[in-house]
Design a protein around this ligand. Structure first.
Ligand code: URP
Ligand code: ZN
Ligand code: ZN
Ligand code: ZN
Length: 463
C-alpha cells in the first residue's frame, strides 16, 4: 500500500514546510518537494493543500477502565482509543495500577488483557507503584525488561496509592539503577486529608471544597520535596499533571540548576478554573480532578512554562467518570466524587487554540503534544516525527475549520463534556495510524486491535 499526502504544510518540532509525504506500508518512505512522486504510483492520494500534516499526537497520560473511587473510569481501551483517534492522537500511554498487596507483573498481565486486541491506536503502559517492598523493587527491573520503563508514584491519596518519602526514595534509587523514570503525583496528601476532614466536619460537602482543600501551596511543597528526593537519589523525575504556579517555579528552578526534572500540564489547567468547580447544583462535580482546577491566574504561568520548556509535555490525564451514577457517588460529600475528567479527544484541538491565540508556536504545539512525549518515553524516532522510517502516524489538520465541542458529538463514553459549547478553530480531517486511515472527515475507519503494544526503552534519552 502506498499513500501519497500532497501539498500540505508538514509540521515538526522545528516548524513547517510545504511537502509531499509518501507512506509505504506502515512507515513513512519519504518527505519530498511537492510533485516529486507521481500520484498514479500511489494507491491512495490525500490532498492536504491548505492543511497541516503533523505527527500523530502522543497522549502520555490516560486512564482507560481504571479502578478508582469505588468505580471504573468510563472509557474502555476500545472506546477511549477510538476517541483519541478522532482527536488526532495515535498513541496513548496508559497506567497499569498495582493494587496494594499485589505484584507488578500480575498487574501488567491484567492490563495487557484489558488492552490487547481492543485498541484503535498504538499504546504503551506506565506502572503505578502503590506498594514498595523488596519484591516490587525487584519487579521494577522486570517491568523495564517488559517495555514498561516509567513508574508513577503518589504523594497524594493516603491509604490508596500513597507512598511515604522513604518508599519514594527507594523506588527512585531503583530507577537510577535501571534507567527508568519516576513520574510523580505531587500533592501533599497527608495535609490535604486534614483539610478535607475539617471541611466535612464543618458541613461543607459541595464540589468546590475539593479545590479549597487542595491548595496550590501543597502542590508546590510536594513538587519541591519530590525534586529534592530525586536529587538525592540521582534519578530523573517527571511531574505529572502540574497545575499550580508554585509547582512550576520549583520545576523551573531545578531545571535551571541542571537537574533532570521534567513536567507535563493538561488542557484542563490551561482552560478551566476553580470557577467551574464552583458551578451550582452539583455541576461542579464534572470538574473534580486532582490536582484541582486553580484560580485563572495560574494559566498565564502555565502558558509561559510551555513556551520556556519548563513544561515539556501536554497530556490529558483522561480519566472520565459519568456525571450520572459515577460523579453522583459524591453528592453531599465531595471527597467521594471520583477524581478525574475526560479529555483524550480534545487535546490537539485545545492546544491548537494556544497557537491561534499566540500563546505557543506551531512548532511548540507539535513538540509538546507529540515529539517530546515520544522522546521522553522512549518512542522516538518511531513516533513523534514525520521522517523516513518513522511509523506513518499522521494527522491532516484543517487549521481554518470551525467546530463546537459537545457531549452530543464527542466519541468518549462519558455523558458530559468539560468543554461543552466551546468553539474551536481547526479540526482533524484525516488520521493515519501506522499507514492505515483510521479517521476520515468524521468517519471512523479503524478497528479494535489495529493498535499494538509499544515496548519502551528510555535509556537512549536519559543517558
Ligand atoms: O483526578 C485524577 N487526576 N484522576 C486520575 C488519577 C491521577 O491521579 O492521575
Ligand atoms: Zn495523578
Ligand atoms: Zn460549604
Ligand atoms: Zn492521571
Amino acid at each position: 500500500m502506498r499513500t501519497l499526502i500532497t501539498g500540505g504544510t508538514v509540521l515538526g518540532p522545528s516548524g513547517g514546510v510545504v511537502a509531499d509525504v509518501l507512506v509505504e506500508g506502515e512507515t513513512v518512505a519519504a518527505v519530498a518537494t511537492p510533485g516529486t512522486f507521481a500520484p498514479d504510483t500511489a494507491d491512495t492520494v490525500l490532498d492536504a493543500t491548505g492543511k497541516y500534516v503533523l505527527p500523530g499526537g502522543i497522549d502520555a497520560h490516560t486512564h482507560m477502565e481504571m479502578p478508582f473511587g469505588g468505580t471504573f473510569s468510563a472509557d474502555t481501551f476500545e472506546t477511549g482509543t477510538r476517541a483519541a483517534a478522532f482527536g488526532g492522537t495515535t498513541t496513548i500511554i496508559d497506567f497499569a495500577v498495582q493494587p496494594k498487596g499485589s505484584s507488578l507483573l500480575s498487574t501488567l498481565d491484567k492490563w495487557h488483557e484489558k488492552a490487547g486486541g481492543n485498541c484503535a491506536v498504538d499504546y504503551g503502559f506506565h506502572m503505578i507503584v502503590s506498594d514498595v517492598n523488596d519484591e516490587t523493587l525487584k519487579e521494577m527491573d522486570s517491568c523495564v525488561d517488559a517495555g514498561v520503563s516509567s513508574f508513577k508514584m503518589f504523594m497524594a491519596y493516603p491509604g490508596v496509592f500513597y507512598s511515604t518519602d522513604g518508599e519514594i526514595l527507594r523506588a527512585m534509587g531503583k530507577a537510577t539503577e535501571n534507567g527508568s523514570m519516576i513520574m510523580m503525583h505531587a500533592e501533599n496528601g497527608i495535609a490535604i486529608d486534614q483539610l478535607v476532614a475539617k471541611a466535612l466536619a464543618e458541613g461543607h460537602g459541595e464540589p468546590v471544597q475539593h479545590g479549597y482543600t487542595r491548595p496550590p501551596e501543597l502542590e508546590g511543597e510536594a513538587t519541591s520535596r519530590a525534586i529534592t528526593l530525586a536529587k538525592v537519589t540521582g534519578s530523573p523525575l517527571y511531574i505529572v499533571h502540574l497545575s499550580a504556579a508554585q509547582a512550576l517555579s520549583a520545576v523551573a528552578e531545578a531545571r535551571d540548576n541542571g537537574q533532570n526534572v521534567f513536567a507535563e500540564t493538561c488542557p484542563q489547567y490551561l482552560y478551566l478554573s476553580i470557577e467551574d468547580l464552583a458551578k451550582p447544583e452539583f455541576e461542579g462535580a464534572k470538574y473534580v480532578a486532582s490536582p484541582p482546577l486553580r484560580e485563572k491566574s495560574h494559566q498565564t504561568d502555565l502558558w509561559r512554562g510551555l513556551r520556556t520548556n519548563d513544561l515539556s509535555v501536554v497530556s490529558t490525564d483522561h480519566c472520565p467518570f459519568c456525571f450520572k451514577d459515577q460523579k453522583e457517588l459524591g453528592k453531599g460529600d465531595f471527597s467521594k466524587i471520583p477524581n478525574g475528567m475526560p479529555g483524550v479527544e480534545h487535546r490537539m484541538d485545545l492546544l491548537h487554540q494556544g497557537v491561534v491565540a499566540g500563546e505557543i508556536s506551531l512548532a511548540r504545539w507539535v513538540e509538546t503534544c507529540a515529539t517530546t512525549p515520544a522522546r521522553m518515553f522512549g518512542l522516538f524516532p518511531r513516533k513523534g516525527i514525520i521522517a523516513p522510517g518513522s511509523d506513518a502516524d499522521i494527522v491532516i489538520y484543517d487549521p481554518s475549520a470551525r467546530q463546537t465541542i459537545s457531549a452530543r458529538t464527542h466519541h468518549m463514553a462519558v455523558d458530559y463534556s468539560a468543554y461543552e459549547g466551546m468553539t474551536i478553530t481547526g479540526a482533524v480531517s484525516t488520521v493515519l495510524s501506522r499507514g492505515t486511515i483510521v479517521v476520515d472527515r468524521g468517519d471512523y475507519l479503524g478497528r479494535p486491535g489495529h493498535g499494538t503494544f509499544l515496548s519502551r526503552d528510555l535509556s537512549q534519552y536519559l543517558n
